[in-house]
Design a protein around this ligand. Structure first.
Ligand SMILES: *Cc1c(COP(=O)(O)O)cnc(C)c1O
Length: 357
């Protein structure tokens, strides 16, 4: 579609195949003669997409049989409220590892007793807290596996003595996970699983139904599981594009293949950041995210930031300005970004250094 190198943090770059098939379906959905934008969600053809998208999730992540996958509007931010509504009875613990983790905690506090079991706010969330105690009497522990803004990541499935709920918005479908260790996994699609407009939730059915509060119909996961994500009109087009994204991922070899590529892309960029005297990473090395690479100008070189951004723009590099809370730069290396994209950024950083030495 373009010769640009797109590192946007979200909505993310999607594979060309996904754009092409989405365009085709806008013109004619599955040979029905009707656009996917206008197809009734009660048709057989649409029902097939819903079945397929659930099956693709289950296949890609080896989701056990006692879990269900639902697709919902409202983004990951509405899931913050869903989680508390459906799981918070007496007390919930949150691992406070960044901007989104903190927002999830605040949302739960509006409904009951929720608190941070550990936090890395003391150093602007540049690391993942370790060795913290998880009280056995929590209804659940909520974690954010990849901190999209701060550039840190929890890269293993932790052992947890209470139901574990994870926001995996920005690192879902990038590594093999042991779904059975989680009561629930959720995220907004727009950072690796599709376009904006739909969120996914992977829920262990037996973890539901344990709270005594009234749950409004639209916020009750049991309703959406029972109605197979079609209690009301689902975000049809977003789900269509999500399904195409999952199909693409299967075509390129699935989770293990994409994980190997993602690691390679991240290693390429981090090694340049560490080598190049003009740049410096912001996250602790051991907790660095392989999806969102955050870095700044090295000390004393801060006023060159605008010049670097201009050079990057001239090289066709898009979307690397850092989030305002961290500053500097952030390159999001989601699944559709290629080694060539990352190499273009690395070459630009090398060129910048040569120009100034
Ligand atoms: C982007 C993001 C969110 C918010 O997603 P929305 O769909 O915009 O509500 C939540 N959590 C994480 C980890 C994110 O990266």
């Amino acid at each position: 579609m373009s010769k640009l190198h797109v590192f946007n943090a979200g909505p993310c770059l999607l594979p060309q195949q996904v754009y092409d098939r989405s365009i085709d379906a806008i013109k004619d959905f599955k040979g029905t003669g009707v656009s996917v934008l206008s197809i009734s969600h009660r048709t057989k053809e649409w029902g097939e997409v819903m079945d397929e998208v659930r099956a693709n999730w289950k296949e890609l992540l080896s989701i056990p049989d006692d879990y269900e996958v639902v697709m919902l509007g409202g983004g990951a931010s509405l899931q913050f409220l869903y989680v508390a509504m459906n799981f918070l009875e007496k007390k919930a613990g949150y691992l406070d590892t960044g901007t989104w983790a903190h927002k999830a905690l605040i949302e739960a506090q509006g409904l009951g007793n929720a608190y941070a079991v550990a936090s890395s706010a003391d150093r602007n969330y540049c690391y993942i807290p370790k060795g913290f105690e998880i009280p056995k009497d929590l209804d659940y522990l909520h974690i954010t596996t990849n901190n999209t803004i701060k550039g840190t990541e929890i890269k293993t499935d932790m052992d947890c003595p209470v139901p574990l709920i994870a926001d995996m918005s920005s690192d879902i479908l990038t590594r093999r996970i042991d779904v059975s260790k989680y009561a629930m996994i959720y995220g907004g699609a727009q950072k690796n699983a599709g376009p904006a407009g739909v969120a996914f939730a992977i829920i262990r059915k037996s973890a539901l139904g344990k709270v005594s509060r009234y749950i409004p119909t639209m916020l009750d996961y049991r309703v959406h599981i029972d109605k197979e994500s079609m209690f009301n009109t689902p975000p049809v087009f977003s789900i269509f594009v999500m399904n195409e994204t999952l199909k693409w991922l299967k075509d390129v070899g699935g989770i293990d293949a994409i994980h190997a590529l993602d690691e390679k892309k991240a290693a390429l960029l981090y090694s340049e950041i560490d080598r190049n005297s003009f740049f410096k990473g912001t996250a602790d090395v051991e907790d660095r995210s392989i999806m969102n690479v955050t870095f700044v100008m090295a000390p004393g070189k801060e006023d060159l930031a605008d010049e670097f951004l201009a050079d990057a723009k001239a090289s066709g590099i898009v979307g690397i300005k850092g989030h305002r809370s961290v500053g500097g730069f952030r390159a999001s290396l989601y699944n559709a970004a290629t080694i060539e994209d990352v190499q273009a950024l690395v070459d630009c950083m090398k060129g910048f250094e040569e120009k100034h030495i």
